[in-house]
Write a protein that binds this ligand. Sequence first.
Ligand code: 8ID
Ligand code: ZN
Length: 360
Amino acid sequence: MGQQAINPEQIPKTQKAAVVRDKKVAIETVPVVQPSELKVGEALVKVLYSGVCHTDLHAQLGDWPLVHKEPLIGGHEGAGIVVAIGEHTDTDLKIGDRVGIKWLADSCLKCDYCRQGYEPLCHQALCSGFSVDGSFQQYAVSFARHLTKIPESLPMDKAAPILCAGVTVYKALKQSNARAGEWVVIPGAGGGLGHLAIQYALYMGLRVIAIDTGAQKQALCTKLGAERWIDFRETDDIVKAVKAATPDGDGPHAAIVTSAVGAAYEQALEYVRPHGTVVSVGLPPDAKVSADVFWTTFLEKQLKGSYVGNRQDAVEALDIAASGRVETTYTTLPFAKLPEVYGQMHDGSLVGRVVLDLWA
Ligand code: 8ID
Ligand code: ZN
């Protein structure tokens, strides 16, 4: 029996989960890890909602040069309730706490990287929905020290996409070093990460150029406060269009590239202004960034990778969302719709985020 648990009778023996095998996903009935089976440091979370991130689709399709567990339960934007905690776990968490399961499921907290707050770079990092089962299941085991408390005033469905998309773009914007009054361009602005990036950028006092495609994404980006819109399908010369979108024609101070397709990276180092920074966030398969050495050096341009965020970034990103200054645009769908969601994500027709209701 776990150190703390709600009445174990209330925890069922089986549950619904989205299981990936051989690059295909299916909703199956699988066992629930019981409180008595939890190891030190683990917590059992009743997942209420989970956002669907493009990373989940990359994982299913085997897009990356990394190996995931198989069979795999995906999902890493899980908002839920703690229902049990492993015996002898040193934690402030209590049964009933509202918590978020993030991509970074665990890290050692002792190594050089963890000590400096670079927790995602820890050699022992575990990733929800990749190296350990994630939030596309009704009861997920996660690690108490990396669960993030969700502020009381933030509804669980709205909180879910902040746990990856929100944290990631918030941290990426910090990495860009762009300051209030400066311009940032966001390729992929109408997607899950991008539409939150617009809002965190505005929160930081930045001015936004959105790049994506289609009337629906244009309407969303404009509604959220992007001052300029560039449709990548209808624009022949993206570099010229991005530079022209800034008042002095020199281009934005930073680019936060959140597209899941490599093409969005091709010109990013060309259109940022001298001393500008390109922050690489989207993780398209087999993509390359090519940079002209002369101009990159001569104009002091920078390219930075930015990979999710640490525990503090998560707390800050959730607090800002709880303040109402950043709000996810999402469609809530029943759990069983996950395969269809992946189809729409693949063809680029999803606007904003989809949040799955694990119990619908
Ligand atoms: O820590 C990280 N670096 C991190 C965290 C979370 C997610 C990275 N990601 C990665 C995902 O793995 C994925 O590769 O960020 C990428 C975007 O994830 P998402 O926001 O969940 O995907 P989405 O909702 O499908 O949005 C992508 C948008 O890009 C647009 C699409 O129209 C869509 O709105 N887009 C495409 I496809 N090609 C484009 C282009 N050439 C483009 N936008 C601009 N220019
Ligand atoms: Zn994600």
